[in-house]
Write a protein that binds this ligand. Structure first.
Ligand SMILES: C[S@@+](CC[C@H](N)C(=O)[O-])C[C@H]1O[C@@H](n2cnc3c(N)ncnc32)[C@H](O)[C@@H]1O
Length: 226
């Protein structure tokens, strides 16, 4: 098991792994692998866009240790569980608006103390602002037409100085008609105008079709022109 550029993420051959915070427990049927006293969980890039991003060579320029995370669009907690492995002492606030997804997420949070699920709409961040406070990393993976605006609003409210964001842009939720390149270009323009610099653009093919990861840092001072 070899370390990667991301502390807490390991690689063996073509596969990524995280160190299992709850040895013996699977979250989504993933392989478990013991090396000495340590158990690892295989991280499936076809089930998790964050794993796909890392396998495609993506990296996020954190300026300091990640102490708190905001995760928008948690679903059943597949990727959330690996984020919880990667930063075992960081509170991971997870916003999910679908009650059907929230139930398994809540069950996961009962077994993993650092997962703090919030049944809420990421379009209304003021509703969970008092619970979340500031964070060092905003991760967003939700299929909404206004994904970029949702990211901007949340990052402005919650991102601490030196923090970074990762937006998993689902192109076909923005529009069915325009080509991917045009949608990504417009997203980049909207983000730049809102006061974020796009540090990298990573297409997630072949793991996730028509998804592009955008690595973001706030520029200073943020623009109010949106
Ligand atoms: C693609 S799934 C997320 C998969 C998850 N990130 C993973 O990798 O395991 C998108 C999720 O975002 C949720 N979602 C969509 N719009 C949302 C919103 N406005 N606020 C909160 N959750 C939202 C959906 O209910 C769905 O569970």
């Amino acid at each position: 098991m070899d370390p990667t550029n991301w502390p807490g993420v390991f690689r063996e051959g073509r596969d990524l792994y995280t160190r299992n915070l709850r040895p013996g427990e699977r979250v989504y049927g993933e392989d478990l692998r013991a090396v000495g006293d340590v158990e690892y969980r295989r991280w499936d890039p076809f089930r998790s866009k964050l794993a796909a991003f890392l396998l495609k060579g993506g990296t996020v320029p954190f300026e300091k240790e990640v102490g708190r995370v905001l995760y928008l669009g948690g679903a059943h907690g597949t990727t959330v569980s690996h984020v919880s492995d990667v930063w075992p002492t960081a509170p991971v606030f997870v916003v999910e608006k679908g009650p059907a997804s929230f139930a398994p997420l809540l069950a996961l949070a009962r077994r993993r103390e650092n997962i703090l699920p919030l049944l809420a709409d990421a379009q209304l961040p003021e509703r969970y602002a008092a619970d979340v406070g500031t964070v060092d990393f905003v991760y967003q993976d939700l299929a909404q037409r206004n994904q970029v605006a949702i990211f901007v609003e949340n990052a402005r409210l919650f991102l601490a100085p030196g923090g970074a964001g990762l937006l998993m842009l689902k192109v076909r939720s923005v529009t069915q008609r325009r080509p991917t390149s045009a949608v990504v270009r417009e997203a980049r323009t909207e983000l730049t105008r809102a006061g974020f610099s796009v540090r990298a653009e990573v297409p997630l093919e072949p793991f996730s079709k028509e998804h592009v990861a955008l690595v973001l840092r706030p520029t200073s001072p943020p623009s109010t022109d949106r």
